[in-house]
Design a protein around this ligand. Structure first.
Ligand code: GYE
Length: 323
């Protein structure tokens, strides 16, 4: 993320020495229909399903002949899916890289094959591959900011004396897990009454989140704050807490990210405190950015998605539109 911010700044100030221009990227012709690849990483949670559906819905309105695949949680399979899309002659690739490093070869091979690539919802290692050079742009949220906002809400709303925090991390090596941890942990470190006693990966999955929480509860029965990197793990953690007689929302604060329907319901039920939004509805944005690129516009390296915050104040208002 840091490198991308610098690049954006460099462009903004006209310092273009090391920043490649859009001419160096594979061009995209203006046509009525495009063959578009969207190699999804997994489909085991509502967020992923909503994202794929958003691309399917957009295909009709954006003139896409859409090819989608499901890597079922395997980065190696996702790389192979990209290879097969390249072989099928896609015009454009919208890639949600499961992990930052293993998907680098897919980005480079698409680039070498002359296929404009847009990273959606997650990014690859910014030290190795750059927007505007190796791929056109990253479309997604500021995950550091999401983590920081989750921490801010925690500090403002925790009314006990000492916060004992368990953190459930997303998929190891994925950009949202890295950045949501950094944003949260840095803010918490500035508050003496808060301690993160354990931080463990739950792979962004409900079941894994529940299992990890069950184990961590044995070592840390006095936990009073759970921060999960996504709603699915938070729901799993709520199940684990209830299993041992804890009362989420009363004797333990649950903090999370995404804004799924189940999370908004948990907020309404008083079990979850906050869910910082991370929207899965990338289809319309992808269409817009692709259309601008085909028209010859220079695309900003990071097309940032602005996120809302869901709490008891507004959860009921938003639940009907949730996924
Ligand atoms: O928060 C999570 C999903 O990459 C932003 O991945 C995305 C995250 C999202 O599986 O629920």
């Amino acid at each position: 993320m840091k490198r991308r911010i610098l690049m954006g700044t460099a462009i903004a100030f006209g310092i273009v020495a090391t920043v490649a221009s859009a001419q160096d990227l594979p061009p995209l012709q203006q046509k009525d229909t495009y063959t578009v690849g969207f190699p999804q990483m997994e489909s085991n949670n509502p967020w992923r399903i909503a994202e794929t559906q958003s691309f399917v819905d957009t295909a009709e309105t954006c003139g896409w002949n859409l090819i989608t695949t499901d890597a079922a949680g395997s980065a190696a399979k996702q790389v192979a899916d990209v290879d097969s899309m390249i072989a099928q002659g896609i015009d454009v690739l919208f890639l949600p890289p499961r992990e930052e490093k293993p998907l680098l070869p897919a980005v480079f091979r698409a680039r070498a094959a002359g296929i404009p690539t847009f990273l959606v919802d997650r990014s690859v290692d910014p030290e190795v591959a750059q927007a505007g050079v190796d791929y056109v742009a990253f479309l997604g949220s500021d995950f550091v900011e999401q983590g920081r906002r989750a921490a801010e809400w925690t500090v403002a709303n925790f009314d006990g004396e000492a916060g004992i925090i368990v953190e459930l991390e997303g998929t190891t090596g994925s950009s949202p897990a890295n950045d949501r941890r950094q944003g949260f942990d840095d803010f918490i470190a500035q508050h003496d009454n808060m301690t993160i006693v354990a931080s463990q990966a739950g792979d962004f999955a409900r079941d894994k989140g529940r299992q990890v929480m069950e184990t961590l509860l044995q070592a840390h029965p006095d936990v009073n704050i759970v921060y999960a990197h996504n709603d699915e793990m938070a729901i799993g953690a709520i199940q684990a807490l209830e299993l041992v007689g804890r009362v989420p929302g009363e004797d333990v604060l649950v903090i999370s990210i995404d804004g799924t329907r189940d999370a908004l319901q948990a907020i309404i039920d008083g079990k979850m405190g906050v869910s910082v939004e991370s929207s899965p509805f990338f289809g319309p944005l992808a269409c817009d950015v692709m259309t601008r690129y085909a028209a010859g516009e220079e695309i900003e390296p990071w097309v940032k998605v602005e996120d809302r915050v869901f709490t008891i104040e507004n959860a009921a208002e938003h639940i009907d539109a949730a996924y």
